[in-house]
Write a protein that binds this ligand. Structure first.
Ligand SMILES: Nc1nc2c(c(=O)[nH]1)N[C@H]1C(S)=C(S)[C@@H](COP(=O)(O)O)O[C@H]1N2
Ligand SMILES: [Mo]
Length: 402
């Protein structure tokens, strides 16, 4: 590993703390944002008072659920740390001491170990990957009919450069996994807030755990992870929804069987086949890999554009678990290919733009449709599911010509 990266890990702050008081601070100077949610209250406060954060849409204060305003995605493919969305299922510790932190590796390994941050950093080559961290419930607030869960707009996503070591190199420090090992499970330092509630633990199949780009990461956009984003270490699984990207990593457990824990066996699952909202008792599958998505960021729904003039539309797109192949601007029965911006790797956002020579009238219900290298294309109609997971329907807006 490079000396620079090693230095970064050991030289960084000994303690990262969000400051419980700051987290509980009243929402001062509230500005309200309208997320355009069809099925219920749509206004949310914007609050700049969270530690290390600029203005964020506050979905919940404790445990924090902070959404990124869409205009942030205009700035480029990297989402700045101070505008990156935050999601905790349970309360997170408000302080973590790096020197005392250990990651315990156990279960179906040759030798159970408890590792310091320096031992993790020295596990292998330091690797960086630019990847989108997207909540499985991103955009679920736009579902019709309404679904349960945090009513996110589309700002529960962000793209960062993540730096750490490979998970497989960390597992090797425990002598490797036993034959027949099936899954690798992760737990953080956060614990349930109510008695008897399940801990937030998640596991991935062995073949995913052994991928060269699945990391135990300590840096996000070249800064140590903040407490909100999982100081001191988090799992990064490029192309998979961030429910698997366990923060404040404290335990790695290799399983020799299936995972029957709540957040894998009972939650974060989707109907195996499309269902209607009335359906009961249907088979489910875990949500895992992401699909392609694209967003118009240059114009909001209802924006006014100049009639008779040229128009440039811009935005961001992602391929999901494969490289972005193309983006098309689509209207009612027409489509125009968009130009793609710089390629930061298959798991990153990519900018797109398209120039229309002349606006002749209203642009009604236009959207952008992304397709990825695996042949997945964004659907025209919402594939509704009871938790609004994995939304990737084409998002449409109308522009008024004047
Ligand atoms: N320890 C821990 N890790 C976690 C979670 C959690 O509640 N606890 N939530 C997961 C979910 S559901 C999401 S969407 C992402 C959010 O990552 P972020 O807050 O860094 O954006 O963290 C994941 N990792
Ligand atoms: Mo999530």
């Amino acid at each position: 590993m490079s000396e620079g990266a090693k230095g970064r890990l050991s030289r960084r702050a000994m303690i990262a703390g969000a400051g419980g008081a700051a987290l509980a601070a009243p929402l001062l100077a509230q500005k309200l944002v309208d997320l355009g949610l069809p099925g219920g209250p749509s206004l949310r406060p914007m609050d700049p008072a969270f530690p290390g954060k600029g203005p964020m849409i506050v979905q919940r204060i404790r445990p924090p659920l902070l959404e990124t305003p869409m205009e942030v995605f205009r700035e480029g493919v990297i989402t700045p740390n101070d505008r990156f969305f935050v999601r905790w299922n349970w309360e997170m510790p408000s302080e973590v001491k790096a020197a005392d932190h250990r990651v315990a590796i156990g279960g179906a390994v040759k030798k159970a170990v408890s590792l310091t941050l320096d031992q993790i950093a020295a596990a292998g080559e330091t690797v960086s990957v630019v990847a989108i961290n997207q909540c499985a419930g991103n955009g679920r607030g736009l579902s019709e009919p309404r679904v349960t869960g945090t009513q996110w707009g589309n700002g529960a996503m962000g793209c960062a450069k993540w730096t750490g070591v490979r998970l497989k190199d960390v597992l090797a420090l425990a002598g490797g996994t036993a034959q027949g090992a099936k899954r690798v499970r992760f737990a953080g330092l956060d614990v349930p807030m109510t008695d008897g509630a399940p801990q937030f633990i998640k596991s991935v199949p062995m073949d995913i755990a052994m991928r060269d780009d699945v990391l135990v990461a300590w840096a996000m956009n070249d800064e140590p992870l903040s407490i909100l984003h999982g100081f001191p270490l988090r799992i990064v699984v490029p192309g998979w929804f961030s429910t698997y990207w366990v923060k404040m990593l404290a335990t790695i457990e290799v399983l020799s069987g299936e995972d029957d824990s709540y957040y894998v066996a009972d939650s974060y699952r989707m109907p195996a086949q499309p269902i209607t909202p009335e359906a009961k008792d249907f088979p489910t599958v875990p949500i895992t890999a992401m699909g392609p998505r694209a967003f118009i960021t240059s114009h909001a729904d209802g924006a006014v554009v100049a009639k008779g003039k040229p128009l440039v539309l811009e935005g961001i797109a992602m391929g999901g678990d494969a490289a972005l192949e193309r983006v098309d601007l689509v209207g009612q029965g027409w489509s125009i290919p968009c130009e793609l911006g710089p390629d930061e790797g298959p798991y990153a956002f990519r900018l797109w733009s398209v120039s229309l020579p002349q606006v002749s009238g209203d642009l009604t219900e236009i959207g952008v449709r992304a397709a990825n290298a695996k042949g997945a294309v964004q659907p025209d109609a919402l594939v509704w599911n009871p938790s609004g997971y994995a939304r990737n329907v084409i998002e449409r807006i109308t522009l008024r010509a004047q």
